[in-house]
Ligand binder design. Structure first.
Ligand code: PMT
Length: 224
């Protein structure tokens, strides 16, 4: 469209999974396809926003007029996102970031042993990217998280909104068939201090258009 209602807005979005190496040939990851985050990047860019997309390993084309940063691990996603964050108006965490990584990545391929039926991997916590952005004391952007939950979806989402000091959170029930991880469709309940809104099941792009409008509305309300 020729109308650019989001012109001048700087938005960074994380998307996709992260990959945590176990050894040179193996990793820990999850089922995120990146579709939700990429659809959101497209929705913002089409309305004229200046969009940076920090993407884990996914198989998707970059939406038009979006600046893309490819990363693999949570630590890399953290470093790129935190370097961008102070220049942004809005930062959105749509990525399914691995909560843990290997304490020590093996330098050589791990060998199967004959003497044990078990292999124990020791994991350590990754930094929480969206919480780190929300904790910025100077130049803190408006921060939006997602919460992928399989039970007590709204309760856990509300807890994450508070604990990570976010401005909004998109509660995503990922136990339901036909939505969430690696689906073409999704449905969200968006929560913020003082309100909530349901965005019913639809394709991820249509959903993203509604979500982007809601985020910008709340962002502008927070500025006035
Ligand atoms: O990629 P798709 O296949 O399209 O699927 C979309 C989706 C289901 C991945 C997406 O809609 C979604 O729900 N993303 C969040 C997934 C997630 O990992 O949620 P969480 O509840 O574990 O994390 C809560 C929030 O903290 C999220 O904003 C997450 O990006 C952020 N986080 C989590 C851990 C961490 N170390 N750093 C973070 O920034």
């Amino acid at each position: 469209s020729t109308e650019q209602p989001f012109k001048g807005l700087k938005v960074t979005i994380t998307a996709g999974p992260t990959r945590e190496a176990i050894d040179p040939v193996r990793f820990i990851s999850n089922h995120s396809s990146g579709k939700m985050g990429f659809a959101l990047a497209r929705a913002f860019a089409e309305q004229g926003a200046q969009v940076s997309l920090v993407a884990g390993p996914v198989n998707l084309a970059t939406p038009q007029n979006v600046r893309r940063y490819d990363v693999e691990s949570a630590q890399q996603m953290h470093d790129v996102t935190l370097s961008l964050a102070p220049q942004q108006d809005i930062v959105i965490g749509c990525a399914a970031v691995a909560d843990y990584r290997m304490q020590t990545v093996a330098e050589q391929k791990l060998k199967k042993t004959d003497d044990s039926e078990q292999l124990v991997l020791t994991l350590v916590k990754n930094p929480d990217i969206i919480a780190a952005v929300a904790a910025l004391s100077a130049q803190r952007p408006f921060v939006v998280g997602f919460a992928a939950e399989t039970q007590a979806v709204l309760d856990y989402a509300a807890q994450k909104l508070q604990r990570k000091n976010l401005d909004m959170i998109c509660a995503n029930d990922v136990a339901l068939q036909g939505q969430g991880f690696n689906s073409e469709h999704n449905a969200l309940t968006v929560l913020w201090k003082g309100g909530q809104q349901q965005l019913p099941l639809s394709d991820k792009y249509s959903l993203s258009q509604k979500l982007a409008a809601l985020i910008v509305q709340q962002y502008r309300a927070s500025q006035s």
